[in-house]
Design a protein around this ligand. Structure first.
Ligand code: HSE
Length: 404
């Protein structure tokens, strides 16, 4: 059985969605029992909306902007079709009208990709935390500005060069002034606040400041003081009201958002009953955003009541590459380090760093290895453990390195 998708827009995200759909349609069919297929593509210059709507079960709106996106979404919902959109402008300015149209028609309007790219901010706030009383949400919700601030911090790049890179990588809006002046983040925070607090919040209610006035000097100080400079969106209960704002802020190194770099987005949700949850991941980019859009499409298709039987048999791998930390105490005499190093070398284990501390007649060796097959490392650690100068058996802990 086919599930027909009418695609509106074929820009960075639209084209990435089209490609992803072709790649994943079969896998989706295996999970959901229906195959999602494009019934047509409408762009600003070609296609007839009424005809496309007629031939679609769901409309994927990736045109962006207010009109005609608003008009198309309303028409789709009122015609009893589900809709999936990544359009933060229209949701933050005409959300109530759209949510009402979906409620009245009894269809789904899903918009995970409108906030945080592929980071499941919307689902988690709206569904997982539906029972939680949320006090505050802090977010890095603009990939372009986070990329610019991270690059300026990491490489000392100029603001203009970092912005040009963000545009080249497909993170920025068509008009990047909405990214750097904070308006894009404000739109996303309005959507987040609507869900987190159940109050009608529109973009006009969100004061925002951007990063245009941030200087290289501010970034330099932040680094020296162990602070991270981020464009932060906040939505919180204050007294009996609600404050939703966007502004550049210094974060202490321990703050969960401080380590979120590059085009990654992250949102920290605070609620007394659950303490706090931080979600982070790619917040911009065509393929990443397209993945969130397709996830929404799948959610709008009939979800399977139970887990389907495994579609493919994947062999389970037990010997996996990993980096390792090894702690071993040895007699402190000539040639000991060389023998340990030789055994590691013979097993193909490469040492990334070594620290040796003297303990009287003995010495403590702490080594971190580059990634290697576990079997190779186990063999080396076993051999080292049998050497006569070893005073305590090697203690081994895996080290997880960042893959991307
Ligand atoms: N321009 C946006 C950003 C894309 O930089 O986060 C995702 O909404």
């Amino acid at each position: 059985m086919r599930f027909r998708l009418g695609l509106l827009g074929h820009g960075t995200v639209g084209a990435a969605f089209h490609e992803l759909l072709e790649d994943r349609a079969e896998a989706v069919e295996a999970t959901v029992g229906m195959r999602p297929e494009l019934s047509g593509v409408l762009t600003r210059s070609r296609g007839d909306f009424a005809d496309l709507l007629e031939r679609s079960d769901l409309i994927v709106e990736l045109i962006g902007g207010l009109e005609p996106a608003r008009e198309y979404l309303l028409a789709a919902l009122r015609a009893g079709k589900h809709a999936v959109t990544a359009n933060k402008q229209v949701l933050s300015q005409h959300g109530e009208e759209l949510y009402e149209a979906a409620r009245e028609a009894g269809v789904q309007l899903r918009f995970e990709a409108a906030v945080g790219g592929v980071v499941p901010v919307i689902r988690v706030i709206h569904e997982t935390l539906a029972a939680a009383h949320i006090e505050r949400v802090h977010g890095i919700v603009n990939g372009t500005t986070n990329f610019i601030l991270s690059e300026m911090t990491r490489t000392g790049a100029s603001y203009d060069d970092a912005l040009a890179d963000a545009q080249r990588l497909g993170y920025a809006e068509a008009d990047p002034s909405e990214d750097v002046n904070g308006r894009d983040a404000a739109a996303k925070m309005a959507i987040v606040a609507r869900l987190a607090f159940g109050a009608a919040v529109s973009l006009d209610d969100v004061p925002y400041e951007g990063i245009e006035r941030v200087t290289g000097e501010d970034i330099e100080y932040a680094r020296e003081l162990g602070l991270a400079l981020k464009l932060v969106g906040s939505a919180e209960r204050v007294g009996g009201g609600l404050a939703v704002r966007v502004y550049p802020a210094f974060l202490y190194g321990e703050h969960p958002l401080a380590a979120v770099n590059g085009s990654f987005n992250a949102v920290t949700i605070e609620s007394p009953a659950i303490t706090e949850i931080t979600l982070s991941g790619p917040g911009a980019g065509g393929p990443q955003t397209a993945s969130a859009v397709l996830g929404d499409v799948i959610s709008a298709m009939i979800p399977p009541a139970t887990l389907p039987p495994p579609a493919i048999a994947l062999p389970l791998v037990t010997d996996v590459e990993s980096a390792f930390y090894m702690h071993v105490e040895v007699a402190d005499r000539p040639g000991v380090l060389a023998q340990v190093a030789e055994i590691l070398g013979l097993q193909g284990v490469s040492v990334k760093s070594v620290v040796q501390r003297g303990l009287g007649d003995n010495a403590r060796l702490v080594m971190v290895m580059h990634p290697v097959l576990e079997s190779r490392f186990d063999a080396a650690a076993g051999l080292i453990g049998r050497l006569d100068f070893v005073r305590s058996q090697p203690r081994v802990i895996r080290v997880i390195e960042e893959t991307f």
